[in-house]
Design a protein around this ligand. Structure first.
Ligand SMILES: CSC[C@H]1O[C@@H](n2cnc3c(O)ncnc32)[C@H](O)[C@@H]1O
Ligand SMILES: [Zn+2]
Length: 432
C-alpha cells in the first residue's frame, strides 16, 4: 500500500466542527484510511498542513467548463439575450481543439481553487472526459441536448448523442468519470423529446441533469402551454427522480419546493450567475428548511466569471440573506455544507466529507494570511474570507494534483497559451 499523510493541520469534519488531526490516505484505493493523531510515521509521502485547514475538495455541482474560453466575451446582459446574441453564435464555431483548450484552462482553475469534482453539461464530451482523466479530477459529464432551432432529425441525432456519450464515458478514469443525460432546459427541449428520451436515460441507469426555473421568462411559457408550474411539468416528464439534479431553481414557489422535498431531487444553486444575469434570488433558506438537498455551482465562466467555489460560497451566503431579508439565513455552515456534501450528494458522488473510508478528495487552505487573521472560526473564514489563492494543496482520489500551488498534472504555461490562442481563433471564426 502507498500512503500519503497530510499533517499538522486542522481538519473540517462532516458536522462542520474543526479538529487538530492528521489525515492518512491509501493512494492505491484512493480512500481516506484514518483521521487522527500522529499518522505521519511510515507514510510514503507527506503534505504539510501546518497553519492550514484541511477541507473536503470542493464539488462544483453545475458548470460548462470549456466556457472559460468565453470569459469576458459577453458581459452585462440578461440570460436570453446573452445566449441568443452572444453565446450560441460563438458556440456554433467550437471544435474539439477549442473544447480541449477551454477544458484544460477550466480544470487548471479548479485545481488551483481546491475543486476536486464537478458536474458539466457541454459539447465534445469525450474530449472533456479525456482532459478530466489526465488532470486527475472527478466529474459527472453529459452532452447538452437542445431542440430549439433544429429540425426533427437533428434533434433525434442530438438526443441520441446524449445517450451514447453517457453510455460511453460512464466509469472511465477508474470510475472518476460518471455521466448523466442532460437536456438543456424545460423550455429549450420540446416536451415530445423529453417524453421519448428521459425513459431511455432511466434504462441506461444514469441521472438527468438540466436547467430549470432560472428566469421568470422560463416559467411563464410552461404555465401558459402546459397549465402547470415548471417542476410539476418536470415531474410529468419523469425528470424529478431522487438521483436527478437541476441548476438554478430561482423562481420556485412553495408547491414546487414541496415537490422537490418529496421527490428528493436536488437543486444546484448558482448565485454568481443568478446575480450577473439578473435572473433573481433563489429562496435557498426556504428550500433548506423544507429538507431539499442544495448544492452549489459556478455555472460557466462567461456568466460568473470565475470557477472558484470559495467565491460561490460567499455569494450564496450573501444572496441568501438578501433573498430571505434575514441576516441569519443561509449561514456560514450552510454554504460550506452546500459546497462540499450538498453538491456531492446532489450529483451522486460519495465525496464531500473527510472520514475514514471516503474518497480522498481534499483541499488544504493556508490560514496564515492577513485576511484570515485572527482565527476565531475557520468555518466563517471558509464561507466569508478565504480566496482561491489561499489553497495550498489539492488531492483527488488520493493523488496530489497541486503541491504548494504547483499543479502537477498540467503544464500551466502551456495551458494558458493554448487557451488564449484557441479563444482568439474561436472568436475570429464567429466574426467571419
Ligand atoms: C447545451 S450545452 C449547455 C448550454 O448551456 C448554456 N448556458 C450557459 N449558462 C447557462 C445558463 O445560466 N442558463 C442556461 N444555459 C446556459 C451554454 O452556453 C450551452 O449552450
Ligand atoms: Zn448552466
Amino acid at each position: 500500500m502507498t500512503t500519503l499523510a497530510i499533517t499538522g493541520g486542522q481538519v473540517l469534519l462532516p458536522d462542520n466542527t474543526v479538529t487538530w488531526a492528521d489525515v492518512l490516505v491509501d493512494q492505491d484505493s484512493g480512500e481516506i484510511l484514518e483521521v487522527g493523531d500522529d499518522l505521519a510515521g511510515g507514510a510514503d509521502d507527506t503534505l504539510d498542513a501546518s497553519d492550514s485547514l484541511v477541507t473536503p475538495g470542493f464539488v462544483n455541482g453545475h458548470c460548462h467548463v470549456a466556457m472559460t474560453l468565453l470569459r469576458g466575451h459577453a458581459d452585462d446582459k440578461p440570460l436570453d439575450a446573452w445566449l441568443q446574441e452572444d453565446i450560441w453564435p460563438v458556440e456554433a464555431e467550437l471544435t474539439a481543439d477549442s473544447i480541449r483548450a477551454g477544458t484544460e484552462l477550466g480544470v487548471l482553475e479548479m485545481i488551483k481553487s481546491g475543486t476536486t469534482s464537478f458536474a458539466d453539461m457541454y459539447f465534445f464530451v469525450p474530449t472533456i472526459a479525456d482532459v478530466v482523466d489526465k488532470a486527475g479530477l472527478r466529474a459527472r459529464l453529459g452532452h447538452g441536448v437542445i431542440s430549439v432551432g433544429k429540425d426533427e432529425d437533428a434533434v433525434h441525432e442530438d438526443a441520441q448523442e446524449g445517450l451514447e456519450v453517457a453510455a460511453e464515458i460512464d466509469g472511465m478514469a477508474d470510475g472518476r468519470i460518471t455521466s448523466a443525460f442532460m437536456p438543456h432546459s424545460l423550455t429549450t427541449v420540446d416536451g415530445q423529446y423529453l417524453s421519448e428520451y428521459v425513459p431511455e436515460a432511466r434504462d441506461l441507469g444514469v441521472p438527468v441533469h438540466y436547467h430549470a426555473n432560472e428566469t421568470e421568462d422560463e416559467v411563464t411559457p410552461i404555465v401558459e402551454n402546459h397549465g402547470v408550474r415548471p417542476l410539476a411539468y418536470a415531474a410529468e416528464k419523469g425528470m424529478l427522480e431522487a438521483e436527478d439534479f437541476f441548476a438554478h431553481g430561482v423562481h420556485v414557489d412553495e408547491s414546487e419546493i414541496g415537490l422537490l422535498a418529496e421527490a428528493g431531487t436536488s437543486v444546484i444553486h448558482c448565485p454568481a450567475s443568478n446575480m450577473k444575469l439578473a435572473s433573481g434570488m433563489a429562496p435557498i433558506q426556504r428550500m433548506l428548511d423544507a429538507g431539499v438537498t442544495v448544492g452549489l455551482g459556478t455555472d460557466g465562466a462567461a456568466s460568473n466569471n470565475d470557477l472558484s467555489m470559495l467565491d460561490e460560497a460567499r455569494d450564496a451566503a450573501m444572496l441568501g440573506k438578501l433573498a430571505a431579508d434575514d441576516a441569519s439565513a443561509v449561514p456560514a455552515e450552510a454554504v460550506v455544507t452546500m459546497a462540499t456534501q450538498g453538491s456531492a450528494d446532489a450529483i451522486g458522488l460519495d465525496t464531500g466529507r473527510i472520514a475514514a473510508g471516503k474518497p480522498a478528495d481534499l483541499a488544504v487552505i493556508d490560514l496564515e494570511q492577513p485576511h484570515l487573521t485572527p482565527r476565531h472560526d475557520p468555518v466563517s473564514h471558509l464561507a466569508y474570507a478565504a480566496a482561491a489563492s489561499d489553497v495550498r494543496h489539492t488531492v483527488c482520489d488520493g493523488q496530489v494534483l497541486m503541491r504548494d500551488r504547483e499543479v502537477l498534472t498540467l503544464d500551466e504555461d502551456a495551458v494558458l497559451s493554448r487557451a488564449t490562442e484557441e479563444a482568439d481563433a474561436l472568436l475570429a471564426r464567429a466574426d467571419d
